[in-house]
Design a protein around this ligand. Structure first.
Ligand SMILES: [Zn+2]
Length: 68
C-alpha cells in the first residue's frame, strides 16, 4: 500500500514539474515570435539590438527594424 502511495506522489510531482517546464517553454517562444527587434543600420554596436524604436547612441541614426 505504501508503495502505491509513494508511486502516486512521485507521478503527481513529476507531472507538476513537467507542466511548469512546458508552459515556460511555450511562453518564451511566443514572446520571441512577437518581439520586434531594432538595430542600428550601421551595426556599430556589434550586433546589439533594441526592443523599441529609437536612435543609435553612437551614430545617432534611426534604428532599423529587423527580423529576429
Ligand atoms: Zn550606429
Amino acid at each position: 500500500m505504501m508503495k502505491i502511495l509513494t508511486a502516486t506522489g512521485m507521478f503527481f510531482l513529476g507531472g507538476m514539474m513537467f507542466t511548469a517546464c512546458g508552459s515556460e517553454g511555450t511562453n518564451g517562444q511566443e514572446q520571441t515570435a512577437e518581439k520586434e527587434v531594432y538595430q542600428c543600420p550601421m551595426d556599430c554596436e556589434d550586433g546589439k539590438t533594441y526592443d523599441h524604436e529609437g536612435q543609435c547612441p553612437l551614430c545617432e541614426m534611426d534604428l532599423k527594424k529587423i527580423d529576429a
